[in-house]
Design a protein around this ligand. Structure first.
Ligand SMILES: Cc1ncc(COP(=O)(O)O)c(C=O)c1O
Length: 439
C-alpha cells in the first residue's frame, strides 16, 4: 500500500457512516475533518479508507500504533492468545501479565518495577494519583496548565485546557502551575525560563495548596498542548521542589514513552530524572487497550485494596504488550526514533524557512509539533490556518494531528518503525499541503 489513489463516487459511503455515527454515538465522539474520514484497513504506516483511498499515516492513531498498523508479530501473539485463553479477570494468576510487568521493569528507569495494569491512559493516571494519595496520606495534586490527562472526572479536572474539561468547575484537589512553554514564556526560552517556571511552581504550592501536596504530575512532553518540551533542567528542579514539600513526582509517559523521543525508552530520561511513579498507555501495546502505572515496590505497598480491574492485565492485551515490546527491542526503536526524528526535524525546519506562518518547530525524536502563527513577532496563534493545513494534508493523502489551546499546532507522531523513504514521502506530502494553503 503506497500509491495515491482516488475513488470519486465512494465519498458517500464515508458520509453515510458519519451520519450513522452521529445517530448512534455520543456527540463527543467527533472525528477530524469537514468530511469525516472512515478508515477500514491498515498496514505499517499506510491506512485505507472505506472508499479505497490510501493515506500515509504520520499520526498513528494519536501516537499509538507504535510498531505500525497490523504489525505481524503483534497480530500473531494476539491471535495465538485468543485461541488459548481470552479472558480470566484479575482474580486468577496469568503468566502473561507477570511477563508483561517484567518486560516493563526491564526498561523503566532505576527502581521503578511494580506495575498496575488498566485499560487506558485515563485509568493509568487515576491509579497513579490514587497511589500517590495513599502513600503520602495527602490529597492535593499539582498539575500543569495546558496538560491533557484523560476524560474521567478526576483526569478531566487535571486536564488544563478549558475545552477538554468536564463542565461544572470541579477541581478534585488539583491545582495547576504554569506550563513550561518556552516559546510563549514572557522571559524567552533561555535559562531564565526555567527559573520563571520553577518560581511559579513554588508559588502555586505556597498559595493554592496547604503546603503538603501529594504529588506533582506532569507529561514529560505536553502532547495535546502542542508538543511542549520543557527546558533542559526543568524536571530536575521540579522534582527537587515537590520532594522538598514531601510530595511525589509522577511522570506521564502516555505519549512520550516507548522510544518515541529517541535515544531513551522514556521521555523523562532526557532530563536524567527518575520519577516516583510513571504512567503509560498508547504506544505500549500498539493500539490494544493497556494502561500501566509503574512505581517502586514500597510505594505500591501503600495500596493494599481490595481493588479490581476486570479487564486490566487481560491476557489478550498483555500478549499485545509483550509482542510490541519485543518488536521495539529487536528493532532498537529508541535509536531508530532518534535517526528518523532528526530527518523529520530537518524537513520541518526547512518548511519553517519557507513559510513565515510557521512560528515554531519543536519536539524530540518522532514526536514533533509545528506551531502556526499569524505573524512571527507577535506569535499570535493561527488555529484557522492549522485547520486548513490539516484538511490540505488530507488532500495530499497524509494524516497528521492537531493540538494547542487554539488548535494552532500540527502534531506529527508516526509509527516508530517508519522507514527513511516513507518519512521522506511524508515530509514531501506535508510540504505540498503547506504550499496549498500558502498566502
Ligand atoms: C498525556 C496523556 N495522558 C493521558 C491520556 C489519556 O489516555 P486515554 O485516552 O487512553 O484514556 C492521554 C490521551 O491522549 C494523554 O495524551
Amino acid at each position: 500500500m503506497s500509491s495515491v489513489q482516488t475513488a470519486p463516487e465512494t465519498e458517500s459511503r464515508a458520509r453515510a457512516l458519519a451520519a450513522a455515527q452521529a445517530d448512534y454515538l455520543f456527540p463527543w465522539v467527533r472525528p477530524y475533518y469537514s468530511e469525516p474520514l472512515a478508515l477500514s484497513e491498515g498496514e505499517g504506516v499506510w491506512v485505507r479508507d472505506v472508499d479505497g483511498d490510501e493515506y500515509l499515516d504520520l499520526f498513528a492513531g494519536i501516537l499509538t500504533t507504535s510498531v505500525g498498523h497490523c504489525n505481524p508479530a503483534v497480530l500473531d501473539a494476539v491471535r495465538d492468545q485468543m485461541e488459548r485463553l481470552g479472558h480470566t479477570s484479575a482474580l486468577y494468576v496469568t503468566e502473561g501479565q507477570i511477563e508483561a510487568a517484567r518486560a516493563l521493569a526491564e526498561i523503566t528507569p532505576g527502581s521503578l518495577r511494580t506495575t498496575c495494569f488498566t485499560n487506558s491512559g485515563t485509568e493509568a493516571v487515576e491509579a497513579a494519583v490514587a497511589t500517590a494519595r495513599l502513600y503520602t496520606g495527602r490529597h492535593e495534586i499539582v498539575a500543569l496548565r495546558l496538560s491533557y490527562s484523560g476524560r474521567s472526572t478526576l483526569t478531566s479536572h487535571m486536564t488544563a485546557q478549558g475545552a477538554w474539561r468536564l463542565p461544572g468547575g470541579g477541581t478534585d484537589g488539583v491545582v495547576h502551575a504554569r506550563s513550561p512553554y518556552a516559546y510563549r514564556s514572557p522571559v524567552g526560552g533561555g535559562p531564565e525560563a526555567t527559573d520563571f517556571f520553577i518560581d511559579d511552581l513554588v508559588e502555586v504550592i505556597e498559595t493554592t495548596t496547604g503546603g503538603k501536596p501529594a504529588a506533582f504530575f506532569a507529561e514529560t512532553i505536553q502532547g495535546v498542548a502542542g508538543v511542549i518540551v520543557p527546558p533542559p533542567d526543568y524536571f530536575q528542579r521540579a522534582a527537587e521542589v515537590i520532594r522538598s514539600y514531601g510530595g511525589l513526582f509522577i511522570g506521564d509517559e502516555v505519549q512520550a514513552g516507548f522510544g518515541r523521543t529517541g535515544e531513551h525508552w522514556f521521555g523523562i530520561e532526557h532530563w536524567g530524572v527518575e520519577p516516583d511513579i510513571m504512567v503509560m498507555a498508547k504506544g505500549i501495546a500498539n493500539g490494544y487497550p493497556v494502561g500501566a502505572t509503574v512505581t517502586r515496590p514500597e510505594i505500591a505497598e501503600a495500596w493494599q485494596g481490595p481493588s479490581i480491574s476486570t479487564y486490566g492485565g487481560n491476557s489478550i492485551s498483555m500478549a499485545a504488550l509483550r509482542a510490541t515490546l519485543g518488536v521495539m527491542r529487536s528493532e532498537d526503536v529508541p535509536a531508530r526514533a532518534a535517526e528518523r526524528g532528526a530527518q523529520l526535524r530537518a524537513g520541518l525546519e526547512a518548511l519553517r524557512s519557507a513559510h513565515t506562518w510557521i512560528g515554531d518547530v519543536r519536539g524530540l525524536g518522532l514526536m514533533q509539533g509545528v506551531e502556526l502563527v499569524t505573524d512571527r513577532a507577535r506569535k499570535t496563534p493561527d488555529g484557522d490556518r492549522a485547520g486548513a493545513l490539516l484538511e490540505a494534508a488530507r488532500e495530499e493523502r497524509l494524516l497528521i494531528g492537531r493540538g494547542g489551546l487554539n488548535g494552532q499546532v500540527i502534531r506529527i507522531g508516526p509509527s516508530l518503525l517508519i522507514t527513511e523513504e516513507e518519512l521522506d514521502e511524508g515530509i514531501r506530502r506535508f510540504g505540498a499541503a503547506c504550499r496549498r494553503i500558502d498566502g
